[in-house]
Ligand binder design. Structure first.
Ligand code: NDP
Length: 234
């Protein structure tokens, strides 16, 4: 059965691969983008997840075009790495505001229609770093760990209404975000990954589409790593 799916930050990277995977299986897919145009074939809405009015307007636009959001993929995220002694409070709160509060804003808005429909899927894109920590990533790790608490609390609140909330924790995926890393750092990471390679965004997308499927209806409150063994299941 075709569903209405909204992927935040679905204009590039992991979000785009997720949106394309849903579109390929016949779902009605909307993505958010902040600037430029939506990728071809996907319904795009302009949205900044740090602004609740913008989130509300994006959901309203998707509802008018494709119907109520049944599957939310909270994917939009940023990094702003630096060691804790150099990290400003602004750097910390800006990353939290996008990655954690941004996901909350979307989940809160989505929950109303999901409750009415008595069906919904929320999938939060966290990171192995949220569970494992990362040097220079106090802000990012805190934001990604926070998503686990969000998903598990939603599971407890809405689990009885056919609404699942799960976390996907990717490891090292080949996107613009990781392209920004220095070569030595990249090589170090690859050495630590049992699979011995980075993943393609499509490998994350495959897990996300499965979580949204009817077959995964009894999987909720889970954290699913897609990290080539880097976090050993954590
Ligand atoms: P990219 O940097 O390639 O893309 C980030 C996406 O988030 C873009 O679409 C961007 O939109 C969007 N975004 C950022 N800030 C906002 C905002 N305030 N409002 C709305 N959209 C916003 O990242 P990836 O594809 O690599 O990462 C996607 C998610 O996966 C992130 O949450 C990231 O933390 C997580 N992740 C990535 C890993 C990796 O190895 N790449 C590993 C683990 C987790 P715009 O184009 O407008 O900037």
């Amino acid at each position: 059965m075709a569903r209405t799916v909204l992927v935040t930050g679905g204009n590039r990277g992991i979000g785009l691969a997720i949106a394309q995977a849903f579109a390929k299986q016949g779902d009605r897919v909307a993505i958010t983008h902040r600037s430029g145009d939506a990728p071809e074939g996907l319904f795009g809405v302009v949205c900044d997840v740090t602004d609740s009015a913008s989130v509300d307007a994006a959901f309203t636009a998707v509802e008018a075009e494709l119907g109520p959001v049944e599957v939310l993929v909270a994917n939009a995220g940023i990094t702003d790495d630096t060691l804790i002694m150099r990290m400003s409070e602004e750097q910390f709160t800006r990353v939290l505001d996008t990655n954690l509060t941004g996901a909350f804003r979307c989940a809160s808005r989505a929950s109303k229609k999901m409750l009415r429909a008595r069906w919904g899927r929320m999938i939060f894109i966290s990171s192995v770093v949220g569970l494992y920590g990362g040097p220079g990533q106090v802000n990012y790790a805190a934001s990604k760990a926070g998503l686990v608490g969000v998903a598990r609390s939603i599971t407890r609140e809405l689990g009885g209404r056919n609404i699942t909330a799960n976390v996907v924790a990717p490891g090292f995926i080949d996107t613009d975000m990781t392209a920004a890393l220095p070569e030595e750092r990249r090589a170090e990471y690859v050495k630590a990954i049992p699979a011995g390679r980075l993943a393609a965004p499509e490998e994350v997308a495959a897990v996300v589409t499965w979580l949204a499927s009817d077959a995964a209806g009894y999987v909720t409150g889970a954290v699913i790593p897609v990290d080539g063994g880097l976090g050993m299941g954590h």
